[in-house]
Every structure is written in structure tokens, then in C-alpha cells.
Design a protein around this ligand. Sequence first.
Ligand SMILES: NC(=O)c1ccc[n+]([C@@H]2O[C@H](COP(=O)([O-])OP(=O)(O)OC[C@H]3O[C@@H](n4cnc5c(N)ncnc54)[C@H](OP(=O)(O)O)[C@@H]3O)[C@@H](O)[C@H]2O)c1
Length: 168
Amino acid sequence: MIVSAIAAVAENGVIGRDGDLPWHLPDDLRFFQQTTRGHHVITGRKNYESIPLKYRPLKDRVNIVVTRSRGYEAPGAVVVHTLEDALAHARLHGETEAFIIGGGQVYREAFDRKLLDRIYLTRVHAQVEGDTSFPVIEGGAWSEILREEHPADERHAHAFSIVILERI
Ligand SMILES: NC(=O)c1ccc[n+]([C@@H]2O[C@H](COP(=O)([O-])OP(=O)(O)OC[C@H]3O[C@@H](n4cnc5c(N)ncnc54)[C@H](OP(=O)(O)O)[C@@H]3O)[C@@H](O)[C@H]2O)c1
């Protein structure tokens, strides 16, 4: 099973502000939906709760919420207490590619433990204020296998590049 992360990251590393995304980039959201549809998605409890109630669990995906809280309930989602258990659940159910979808704490742990094979990274071409950031991606450890540019336009305040990185 491939373990992937998918994230949108500003040039200064910011990914979140006040429990939400610091931008609205509909074509990036579409990329997220298309890429993760049909797969297991693994989310930290805070990121899960940042999804509006009417959109969670994210449809057409198995949602796995990671929390240390034993009594936590997330109707329609699988609740686990470690990232390893999240990955084991996906593997047990025949997943070929599981997606870690954030937020900051969960990405950091995935990096620290070298769990990731692939990163779907939207580089948002802006310096953005925020309180949550993405880990620094070590140069030399990853190779870029795809890049797609998206200009700023009337629907997108920032230009962005979607890149796919694979661990060398
Ligand atoms: N730009 C992007 O691509 C992107 C993507 C996703 C999220 N975000 C943003 O990121 C922010 C949320 O990130 P965050 O860092 O605050 O929180 P988070 O990573 O979403 O969730 C943190 C929570 O996950 C649980 N957790 C983390 N590590 C765990 C472990 N090892 N074992 C068990 N449970 C664990 C804990 O839940 P309990 O406290 O319940 O124990 C912890 O409080 C929001 O602003 C969101 O919009 C941005």
C-alpha cells in the first residue's frame, strides 16, 4: 500500500489559520476530491472537525479520524488512536493508496516517522499568515514526478502549482 500525504502549502509553510484553510482555491479542492475519491483518508481530529458538518464524513471515501480521546465519536467515520492503526485499517481493507489529509500535527508525525511514499503538494504562491504549518521537505529525499501550474484568476486569489513528489 502506498502512503501519501496531500496538502496545500503557502511559500512560508503555512497551511491553516484559526482551524480553517487560509484561502479558497476551488480548483485545488477539486484536485483533492478527484485524487482521494474511493480511498481511505486519514485525518487528525482537529482537521476533521474543521470540515463543515454537512460535508463530513467526506463522501465516497473511508474517513479515518485519529484522536487520543477514547470516547470520541464520529458517525460514519472510523475512529482510531494512532496513525499506525489508521494505516493498518486501510491495509486490512485492501487499500492500494491511503491519503493522510492533515492537519499539521498529523503531517508532522507522518514525516517524523518516515511513513510517506508520496506527497501531492499544492504550492500556493503567496506568503500567508497562519498558525499551522507543513513540515520542511528535505531536499534530496524526494523527486518531482509531475507538475501542473495554475494561474491566479477571478476565482483564485493566488496562483499555485500542483506537484507530486515521490521518496527517492
Ligand atoms: N492546507 C492544507 O492542505 C490543510 C490540510 C488539512 C488541514 N489544514 C489545516 O490544519 C489545521 C488543523 O491542524 P492541527 O495541526 O491543528 O490539527 P490536526 O493535525 O488536524 O489534529 C490534531 C489532533 O489529532 C489527534 N492526534 C494527532 N496526533 C495523534 C496521535 N499520534 N495519536 C492520536 N491522536 C493524534 C489529536 O486529537 P485529540 O486532541 O482529539 O486527541 C490532536 O489534537 C486547520 O487550520 C486546517 O484547516 C490544512
